[in-house]
Ligand binder design. Structure first.
Ligand code: NAP
Length: 280
């Protein structure tokens, strides 16, 4: 009898997730007898659901809004490199002497960097300072990723400046917290800008973001990928700045989970990207 390995993506709601399409593509590509199903789980039901990994029913799965922070609290073992993000999106089985335990990690940090490395190889050479727009959940992973790669300051700018300050204080090092209105004064010596706010979704745009003050060789990226070319990216392109869209982050963050559950490291190919892009 073939043993079918089962994985999941849980959220509340979950029906708009593109993860089943991505993992289904890789399962088929590698001829793996496995499954990856979207399951709606309410916050109250989360602890009980996670026991289905410990019982061996699931090899693991992805966790999305609103469960990432609770997943970080509820796992048995935490990935040392992403523990400080206090939010996990990828869970897998860990065999211990006492039975199956749950291992948690945050793969958004990896996905953010892998997308840039694929779309703009060498992007981090010569980048000193970086601006992160936003200080929400995704901003934590992005700011931590940039702190690994840029040589100068990671400037977190948020509508609610206190929240940017709190994020910077939580991850001491080269992070600084500012209000969004500091963009004009910080832009002239910043060669990298990333949007992690929800602005851009449904074509929304920042009220006043003077991109023309950035150096001409600056790179602008967005982690919002619906639409693929957000107004921020369109404005940056119009000024002749380099841009990278956010769809690749979604694709790459899925790689470590698939490898942990099914034993094969999958590739983010143009074919996979086109398949997901067609659903946007
Ligand atoms: P979140 O925790 O709710 O944070 C939202 C952020 O947006 C906060 O910084 C908030 O500022 C800011 N914001 C919201 N409305 C604003 C407005 N009108 N003006 C200025 N700032 C505003 O959300 P999240 O989980 O970090 O997700 C943020 C975005 O990233 C979402 O669109 C999500 O889909 C996307 N994302 C993409 C990927 C990917 O793989 N590409 C991965 C993760 C997330 P305040 O603090 O002032 O409220």
């Amino acid at each position: 009898m073939i043993h079918v390995k089962k994985a999941f993506v849980i959220g509340y709601p979950i029906k708009h997730s593109r993860s089943p399409l991505m993992h289904g593509h890789w399962l088929k590509e590698h001829g793996i007898a496995g499954s990856y199903e979207p399951i709606e789980v309410s916050p109250e039901a989360l602890p009980g659901f996670l026991d289905r990994i410990r019982s061996g029913e699931f090899v693991g799965g992805n966790v999305t809004v609103p469960h990432k922070e609770d997943a970080w609290k509820l796992v048995d073992f935490r990935d040392v490199d992403t523990d400080h993000l206090k939010a996990f999106n990828t869970l897998s089985q860990l065999a211990t002497a006492d039975g199956i335990a749950i291992y948690g990690q945050n793969t958004d940090l990896y996905g953010f960097l892998a997308n840039l490395d694929q779309q703009a190889p060498g992007w981090d050479a010569g980048i000193d300072n970086a601006i992160v727009l936003g200080a929400g959940g995704a901003a934590r992973a992005v700011a931590a990723a940039l702190a690994l790669r840029v040589s100068g300051s990671v400037r977190v700018l948020n509508r609610t400046a206190d929240r940017a300050g709190a994020l910077a204080a939580d991850m001491p090092g080269r992070l600084e917290g500012h209000g969004l209105d500091s963009f004009a004064s910080l832009a002239p010596d910043t060669r990298f800008v990333v949007n992690t706010t929800t602005i851009g979704m449904h074509g929304t745009r920042f009220d006043d973001l003077p991109l023309h003050l950035l150096p001409r060789d600056a790179l602008v990226t967005d982690i919002v990928y619906v639409p693929l070319v957000t107004p921020l990216l369109a404005d940056a392109r119009a000024l002749g700045l380099r841009t990278v869209d956010g769809l690749g982050m979604l694709l790459h963050q899925a790689v470590p989970g698939f490898e942990a559950w099914f034993g094969v490291r999958p590739e983010v190919t143009p074919e996979l990207r086109a398949k997901i892009e067609a659903t946007l």
